[in-house]
Design a protein around this ligand. Structure first.
Ligand SMILES: NC(=O)c1ccc[n+]([C@@H]2O[C@H](COP(=O)([O-])OP(=O)(O)OC[C@H]3O[C@@H](n4cnc5c(N)ncnc54)[C@H](OP(=O)(O)O)[C@@H]3O)[C@@H](O)[C@H]2O)c1
Length: 277
């Protein structure tokens, strides 16, 4: 089989870095996308892999990243939209005017994917979203409140963004599967990473090194298994396009994830917010 080119965002740490190590070890050409120059270059040197930098709090940086990826790689077989996290208890707005969680976790991946769409179609690519069980536990997408101007909390913003990852997956499948795109979203498990550590979210106590982390979290290698399984698998055979997965099986998520009208309207609203491709 030909070597796959696999682009992973959020590859500088945690689940993304563990997946990058495993997939590079299996012989894929892994392309690392990170925010921190130090962490990203260190992993690139370790793996002998190319790397790119972008802060998803800036859509200009996402546009520049898409142009770099488009110019550097003749094909992209897998795009893993994995970068993200939970933000602080105070609502923040990016330079683009979007609520920070919504932009970093959903809009940036949406923009990157749509900017690369011609190449992804030509490559018959898989587009994978790192979602979360939080989509079911705390997710509610209100199309008239995407920016969480009303009722913001770190948890509600995070849950909504992770549900948006699944709605985006469903709509990508609906719009582009017949052109060769396959899409999937997944929950990696509760993984002992840097998740929440630089925020004031109460969730940081679970992730900080110590008793709770040992008791309640799995290792990044185990968390990455789901991403690796999708990236290295065969859509239509090992997994089905449009699906949401946990532990290598279709997972149970929020009822709203099956609302096709919300998925369609979220796509249209996201396209309006990022402007012309
Ligand atoms: N850990 C869990 O229990 C868990 C559970 C469910 C879902 N998830 C999801 O898994 C994904 C990976 O998280 P993780 O647990 O591996 O956490 P992590 O160790 O904190 O890694 C997060 C990754 O995302 C990147 N990132 C964060 N903010 C960014 C921004 N503004 N622009 C560009 N990149 C940014 C980070 O880049 P730098 O390090 O270079 O700054 C890092 O590579 C996230 O989407 C998260 O929501 C995690």
């Amino acid at each position: 089989m030909e070597q796959k080119t696999i682009v992973i965002t959020g590859a500088s740490d945690g689940v993304g870095a563990a997946a990058a190590r495993e997939l590079a070890g299996r012989g894929a050409q892994v392309v690392l996308v990170g925010r921190s120059p130090q962490k990203t270059t260190a992993l690139a040197e370790e793996l002998g892999a190319p790397h790119h930098l972008a802060d998803f709090a800036s859509l200009a940086q996402v546009r520049r990243l898409a142009a770099e990826l488009d110019a550097a790689y003749p094909r992209i077989d897998v795009l893993a939209n994995n970068a993200g996290g939970i933000m602080g208890s105070k609502r923040k707005v990016t330079e683009d005017g979007n609520e920070l969680t919504f932009q970093v976790n959903h809009l940036a991946g949406f923009l990157l994917t749509t900017l690369l769409m011609d190449k992804l179609i030509a490559s018959r690519a898989c587009v994978i979203q790192t979602s979360s069980v939080a989509a079911r536990l705390a997710g509610r997408v209100e199309l008239d409140n995407l920016q969480l101007e009303h009722g913001y909390s770190a948890q509600s913003a995070y849950g909504a963004s992770k549900l948006e990852n699944i709605l985006f997956t469903r709509e990508l499948h609906r719009r582009f599967h017949d052109q060769g795109i396959s899409a999937a979203a997944f929950h990696p498990g509760v993984v002992g990473t840097n998740f929440a550590l630089d925020t004031d979210s109460p969730m940081r106590f679970f992730y900080a090194a110590g008793f709770l982390r040992r008791l309640f979290t799995i290792t990044p290698d185990r968390g990455a298994d789901q991403l690796v399984w999708l990236a290295d698998g065969t859509p239509g055979t090992t997994w089905q396009s449009g699906g949401y997965y946990e532990k290598r099986k279709p997972g149970h998520t929020a009822a709203q994830a099956d609302d096709a009208e919300t998925a369609r309207r979220l796509w249209d609203a996201s396209a309006r917010l990022v402007g012309p491709a």
